[in-house]
Design a protein around this ligand. Sequence first.
Ligand code: SF4
Ligand code: SF4
Length: 141
Amino acid sequence: MPKKAKKTAMAQECSICAARCCKYLNIVVENPRTPEEVEYLLWHIFHGASEVYLDEDGDWSVVFHNECYHLTQDNRCMIYERRPAICRQFSSTGCHGDVFEESIREHFKTAADLIGYIKKKRPALFKRLNSHIRRMAPAVR
Ligand code: SF4
Ligand code: SF4
């Protein structure tokens, strides 16, 4: 289930926004506790147009940077009256808009970002992750 905006302070007008909310999917995932779960997150990062982040509330998410195919070139919704419920939850009132980035505590755009974080912040898990990293060595640089 895509996550709703958590920040509400800086609402902005949809009419002057480049439809940010129609250009990505945000899927909440489990806090990785095993090497297999870290490897699962790495698999998402390998796809290029996706990244993983940890927000200020300690929630982990995968973001897929993909535009909805109902979005027109001038950032209008072609099915506005019939748009899905998740789209209706976004509005210029309470929209994350430009403050989305501020809710991110850690941003993992590459495998090295994520492994570096695990090494620094979760040493016990990193120790268990070592054999996975050795096996995946060329892929995780
Ligand atoms: S809800 Fe927010 S991100 Fe979406 S179009 Fe409106 S202002 Fe932009
Ligand atoms: S259905 Fe419309 S409002 Fe929803 S993501 Fe697609 S273009 Fe945006």
